[in-house]
Design a protein around this ligand. Structure first.
Ligand SMILES: [Zn+2]
Ligand SMILES: [Zn+2]
Length: 338
């Protein structure tokens, strides 16, 4: 089977790999039918991360189930499903409390499409093995196209986790989102915050396209290349920039008792204003997105028509064109199997 492989900056190719087979009765084999780039992939293909090729790339995908083990009960052959980026068992203590990232049945960061833990292949391949099908897979709701949900494996629920639980705790709050690094996830956070009834959503970025999308979602665009020392303050802040200045702005812009989600990935240490954070009694969250935990809320928002992720999509291409399309990633490229 063919698998999209990152070789070096802006150089990708389809590589032939061994066909995955069921490894146990809880497993399923799926054929990806719509896939998209995570924001991190955009930086990988530009050579702006520590990741060096070759490795299988791609961890956002919707797939069709083609084979299931004897112990799979909730998933059937023919189902169209969202496959979370993270491989997990759903049964260990960590998984049961919603921390699939900490699943103890697999090595740390075992996932699709990135060489961070045990390798599970790419969502841009002809066949993918899912170890705990009942626990991991989520059926695509009827009436929603797979390409709309290609990014539901990671970046769309990433948008949710930055603002959803926070707005539930403090309904109607004003929200600040700094974009630019997590190019799509920041915009999903904006759209979801508006959909959930935030009184005001301010979006900071330097890119005219992204500022326009944020404005179309109902946010107030703030155009700047270098974030100021502080804005607001806001009860809810989100840093999806990938600069120390963005991180510091988000932290200093969070009002006393507020929450800041540090979602944009910085690969190096960055100074943080610890005493300001102490005085403001901040709650700061960081880390990857718990996709499976948040997907029910995300799908509810999309199915009800309150949130539409499609304005964030920059390009839809055919499966064969994935290597070329990935070499020029901008925001959200969706690859659809013909
Ligand atoms: Zn990702
Ligand atoms: Zn687990």
């Amino acid at each position: 089977v063919k698998q999209l492989t990152f070789l070096s900056p802006r150089e990708l190719e389809w590589r032939e790999v061994a066909e995955p087979r069921l490894g146990g009765e809880t497993e399923a084999l799926v054929i990806p039918i719509a896939a998209s780039n995570c924001d991190l992939d955009t930086w990988i293909v530009r050579g702006s991360t520590p990741f060096t090729g070759p490795f299988a790339i791609g961890h956002e995908f919707v797939a069709k189930v083609v084979e299931i083990g004897a112990g799979v009960a909730d998933v059937n052959v023919g189902d169209v499903v969202i496959v979370p980026w993270k491989v997990f068992c759903g049964e260990c203590e960590q998984c049961r409390r919603g921390c699939t990232t900490g699943c103890t049945s697999f090595g740390a960061m075992s996932m699709y499409g990135l060489p961070l833990g045990e390798a599970w292949g790419s969502g841009l391949s002809d066949l993918v093995r899912v170890p705990f099908a009942d626990r991991m897979l989520v059926t695509v709701p009827s009436g929603v196209s797979p390409e709309v949900l290609a990014s539901a494996s990671d970046n769309i629920p990433d948008g949710w986790r930055c603002v959803g639980p926070q707005l539930r705790a403090r309904p109607g709050s004003e929200v600040l989102v700094l974009g630019g690094g997590g190019r799509s996830a920041a915009l999903y956070a904006v759209g979801i915050a508006v959909a959930l009834g935030a009184r005001r959503v301010d979006y900071v970025d330097h890119d005219a396209d992204r500022l326009r999308i944020a404005e179309d979602y109902g946010a107030n665009p703030i155009e700047t290349r270098e974030p100021p020392a502080a804005l607001g303050p806001y009860p809810i802040t989100v840093n999806h920039s990938t600069t120390p200045a963005g991180l510091q702005c988000a932290l200093r812009s969070t009002e006393t008792g507020g929450t800041c989600t540090q979602a944009g990935i910085l690969f190096e240490d960055a100074p943080v204003p610890l005493f300001d954070m102490y005085r403001a009694a901040l709650t700061v969250r960081t880390g990857p997105c718990e996709t499976r935990t948040f997907l029910p809320d995300v799908l509810d928002l999309i199915v009800s028509g309150r949130f539409d992720p499609t304005p964030v999509t920059s390009e839809i291409v055919s499966w064969a064109d994935a290597p070329d399309a990935y070499a020029r990633l901008k925001r959200k490229t969706v690859v659809v199997r013909d």
